[in-house]
Design a protein around this ligand. Structure first.
Ligand code: UDX
Length: 456
């Protein structure tokens, strides 16, 4: 491997191969590369990053025994556990070799930055005496929510009646019990609790990098910093800080969206996407199509080929849905989302409220319809609707009437205009954070300094 960088330091990244996790990791890699570090990505064989999109990185596959695996919202924990147990030995072998090669070239491995769910990396890093740094892809408050579960369990208070779901969670304003990542009206299985406990345990990591920013989560970040004695570096939005905006998508982006958007008036189009994992059932799909059709609003709707529970999209699509929607919109399998949100024709985003989608929408000033499906999406939606007041939620059963009303509230009514104005102020604040003296700019400089000075 030929290295000629301003820094004599190499940073090794170990991502989790889920879209919402690998994206911030690769974006961070772009940023650190632009700061002079060499970047090595040690990734699972399952869903590797596309080397053509990252010619500047050294990519190394770790054998994972996952061939044929299909990730879905029902088996994510299983995937994470499998990677944790299967990739430990391959990572250690590779790191030993890499460190020897680096030494010969006068370089050194400064640290390993790894996804917060991949605790096996900590064990390798500790064994080889390399500093480990965690990257959290989600809001800081989500880490506090996991800690809250662990605290409840320690106090034997983990389940209580559903009548308390609307009550605020102590110390986690604005979250209610219903916004937490698991319904605590039932006993929580032990393996789920172990998973929560494992993801808030930073073990021997020397720092935490957070895909968030002070202007969104000022008080939560102070709370988090009190819980962990290592430095926390909140840096976001990551895709606005990297040198080049390279694609990190596993699926091919359908660029036809952009040419179509060019023909639409400003703020007229609703963009709909439920991220990379969330699914809908057949009835929800049909109700959404009717609601969208009846609203009269132009749209781009992302429907992945695995977007429908338990069956292939092709079984229902495109004829049935297209007939309802006419010529007013585009249905694509995967969009260049950041470009779509940045386009002036887009006036609203109906989202599952994954954190990457949320922050991408905020940084383009696009107000949202929130329909969270699971995990952190519930708490993200709560922030969008109740704390920042830039989104409205479609709650309960998804029916065509409430969909039509919600779309018109966001895209046509004064309420939507007001949300767009607040979003525009939030966008300005995020942008200010990226400028010299801004919180993300300074936090990134602190991180760069911190990595450069880590003991070898
Ligand atoms: C998952 C979780 O669901 C999410 O809640 C968590 O915060 C991160 O991991 P995902 O569901 O895929 O992620 O959602 P999200 O975090 O929004 O990430 C999706 C990414 O895919 C975004 O960066 C988005 O720009 C991209 N995307 C999505 C596309 O590029 N094109 C699309 O058509 C849809």
């Amino acid at each position: 491997m030929e290295q000629n960088r301003t820094q004599k330091h190499t940073v090794v990244l170990v991502p989790l191969p889920l879209q919402g996790h690998i994206t911030p990791m690769l974006q961070l890699g772009n940023i650190l590369y632009s700061k002079g570090f060499s970047i090595v990505v040690a990734h699972s064989e399952f869903r590797p990053p596309n080397p053509l999109n990252h010619p500047e990185f050294i990519l190394h596959p770790l054998s994972d025994n996952l061939s044929g695996y299909q990730a879905s919202s029902n088996n994510l924990v299983e995937l994470i556990l499998a990677i944790n147990s299967n990739c430990r030995a391959p990572l250690e072998d590779y790191m030993v070799q890499l460190m020897e090669d680096q030494k010969l070239q006068g370089y050194q491995v400064a640290c390993i930055i790894y996804d917060s769910h991949l605790c096996f990396v900590d064990s390798v890093a500790t064994h080889l005496k390399i500093p480990g740094i965690i990257l959290r892809p989600d809001m800081a408050v989500y880490m506090l929510a996991f800690r809250y579960f662990c605290q409840l369990e320690a106090e034997n208070r983990i389940s209580f009646p559903g009548s308390r779901l609307q009550e605020p969670v102590p110390g986690l304003h604005p979250l209610r019990f219903k916004d937490l990542p698991y319904p605590i009206t039932n006993e929580i299985p032990e393996w789920i609790m172990d998973f929560f406990a494992s993801s808030v345990n930073i073990r021997s990591s020397v720092a935490i990098i957070l895909n968030t920013t002070d202007c969104l989560e000022h008080s939560t970040l102070s709370q988090l910093q009190q819980c962990y004695k290592v430095p926390c570096f909140p840096i976001a939005p990551l895709h606005k800080l990297g040198a080049a905006a390279t694609s990190t998508s596993f699926l091919e982006e359908d660029q036809s969206c952009i040419a179509w958007l060019e023909k639409q008036p400003p703020n007229s189009v609703l963009y709909i996407s439920f991220g990379s994992i969330a699914c809908v059932n057949e009835q929800e799909l049909t109700e959404t199509a009717w609601g969208l059709g009846n609203s009269g609003i132009p749209f781009i709707w992302v429907l992945r080929s695995d977007s429908i529970d338990g069956s292939q999209l092709e079984d229902h699509f495109p004829e049935a849905v297209k007939a309802l929607l006419g010529e007013r919109g585009l249905i694509v399998k995967w969009a260049p989302q950041k470009k779509v949100l940045a386009h002036s024709a887009v006036g609203g985003f109906w989202s599952h409220c994954g954190w990457n989608s949320t922050i991408e929408s905020i940084c383009e000033g696009v107000p949202m319809i929130c329909r969270p499906h699971f995990a952190d999406q519930l708490s993200n939606a709560r922030y969008l609707t109740s704390e920042w007041k830039v989104g409205l939620e479609i709650e309960n059963v998804l029916d065509r009437g409430s969909i039509e009303i919600s779309i018109r509230r966001l895209m046509v009514d004064a309420e939507g205009k007001e949300m767009r104005q607040i979003m525009s102020v939030m966008k300005d604040k995020l942008e200010a954070g990226l400028q010299k003296g801004g919180s993300s700019y300074e936090s990134l400089n602190d991180l760069t300094e911190f990595i450069s000075q880590l003991p070898s």
